[in-house]
Design a binder for this molecule. Structure first.
Ligand SMILES: [Zn+2]
Length: 261
């Protein structure tokens, strides 16, 4: 595994996607498995009740959640059929103190102002008043989570990259690559064709399940989302846009190909 952890709004998803797609590596976004994991996790107190008990308590609960969640992620990665190809795992749940992957790991850090802005931007145009009401509580939790993460990174000596308020993405990308590239020396990549297309399909199915579950949970109507192109060509970083139902129909006829092809 290659771990890309860090705080919300630090650009993890985009950077991990670019990194994995350019190198024909499987991509494992932990947040795409939230609903798939619900039944395998200990019963959780509702988030609003947790936040109501204060930031310290909420940060403790988050840490406990991460401890329970990461083993499920590791099991999923082992079961996804990527063989000996390293899987790029991305998510805020990855912790420096958790059992170390044999590959490489890096954490992206950011200031709380940026995290909040990104969270607000994600809710723009989304009909989710509960999520909007949680922004302050989550921001307070995030401050403590960030403090603890920095402390754990220092204690474990694991690498991190700082994402400034106005980030220079090409520089951040270069820093990330300089940490992770050595672990890829001589490793197997996904073979173009069926292997690569099959792994992107696995990722897309997880995304479709997550989206459907989330929209059902918040009572929102389905909308279009970006799925990975399943052309199987080496280095393809194109996306295919559609609703989960449109994705299912296209996958059925093997037609999940970016418009650019
Ligand atoms: Zn493609």
């Amino acid at each position: 595994m290659i771990w890309i952890g860090g705080l919300q709004g630090a650009g993890k998803s985009t950077l991990a996607r670019e990194f994995a797609y350019a190198r024909d590596l499987p991509l494992h976004r932990i947040d795409a498995f939230t609903y798939a994991h619900v039944d395998r996790m200990p019963a959780a107190e509702p988030l609003d009740a947790v936040l109501a008990r204060g930031a310290e308590y909420a940060a403790d609960q988050w840490a406990a959640h991460c401890r329970d969640r990461v083993p499920l992620v590791v099991a999923d990665v082992a079961a996804r059929g990527a063989g000996d190809v390293p899987v790029v795992v991305e998510g805020p749940q990855l912790q420096p103190a958790a059992s170390a992957p044999t590959g490489a790991s890096v954490w992206l850090l950011t200031g709380s102002a940026r995290t909040r802005r990104v969270r607000e931007a994600r809710l723009e145009g989304v009909d989710d008043p509960d999520a909007r009401a949680r922004i302050d509580g989550l921001a307070a939790r995030e401050l403590l989570v960030a403090e603890r993460l920095r402390r754990d990174l220092a204690a474990t000596g694991r690498p991190s990259v700082d994402v400034a308020d106005d980030p220079d993405w090409s520089q951040i990308r270069a820093q990330l690559e300089s940490v992770l590239e050595p672990a890829l020396d001589g490793v197997t990549r996904l073979a173009p064709g069926a292997d690569l297309a099959g792994q992107r399909r696995y990722e897309n199915r997880a995304t479709a399940y997550q989206l459907r579950s989330h929209w059902t949970a918040i009572g929102a109507a389905p909308s279009a989302f970006e799925f990975a192109c399943e052309c199987g060509r080496s280095g393809c970083d194109q996306m295919w846009e559609g609703t989960p139902d449109e994705y299912d129909a296209a996958a059925e006829s093997d037609a999940v190909r970016a418009a650019a092809h």
